[in-house]
Ligand binder design. Structure first.
Ligand code: MN
Length: 214
């Protein structure tokens, strides 16, 4: 998919993530915050016809091809689109679902156990200073946990994101106020492990793009 980018619908209803994430949060987060990044990205790309055939992940990876005066605004807005699309896709309403098969084995190999993965991931999300994201990434085919500020993405030719949590205040403040740790803890109940497991399997293969399937 490329220019003009379109706002993707949520893959579930707005109240599907309750009680962990309120309907009101999902409306603001998807309809206002995420949608605004799509609008802004299209506004920028309107002025650069030669960039309009690039996909979202190409805009974020092939930054050498971007004009210097637009690099920052493209990174922020394409990042805002990519990060939100992955964040929304990584959640669903099925309670207590667990990672399976090869992803479960890889999590155990990299972090010792699912419980240890959860505590490391939660620490990355809680300790990210200010706005940003915590990520489970494939870096040269190894699982790692990292955090990024603002709308930066970890995308590169060798780094492929599997899962992310948005820790901007708009992601939780209406329901959790300053209690980011409670939001992160509850959010683990929302992880769509089927999606993350399928993504892990496809990104372990060579030469696949990091585009987020709809
Ligand atoms: Mn957000």
């Amino acid at each position: 998919m490329n220019y003009p980018f379109e706002v993707r619908s949520l893959p579930y209803t707005y109240n599907a993530l309750e009680p962990y994430l309120d309907e009101e949060i999902l409306h603001f987060h998807h309809d206002k915050h995420y949608a605004n990044y799509v609008v802004k990205l299209n506004e920028i790309l309107k002025n650069y016809p030669n960039l309009q055939n690039m996909t979202l992940d190409e805009l974020l990876i092939q930054t050498d091809e971007l004009p210097s005066e637009a690099k920052t605004s493209i990174r922020n807005n394409a990042g805002g689109v990519y990060n939100h699309e992955l964040y929304f896709a990584c959640m669903n309403s099925a309670d207590c679902e667990l990672p399976t098969d090869k992803l479960a084995l890889a999590i155990n190999a990299s972090f010792g156990s699912l419980e240890h993965f959860r505590s490391e991931f939660a620490a990355a999300a809680i300790n990210q200073f200010g706005s940003g994201y915590a990520w489970l990434i494939l870096s040269n085919k190894k699982l790692e946990i990292i955090a990024t500020p603002n709308q930066d993405t970890p995308l590169s030719l060798t780094v492929k994101p599997l899962l992310c949590i948005d820790v901007w205040e708009h992601a939780y403040y209406l329901q959790y106020q300053n209690r980011r740790a409670d939001y992160v803890e509850n959010w683990f109940n929302l992880i769509n492990w089927d999606f993350v497991g399928a993504r892990y399997m496809s990104l372990m293969k060579k030469n696949l793009t990091v585009e987020i399937p709809q």
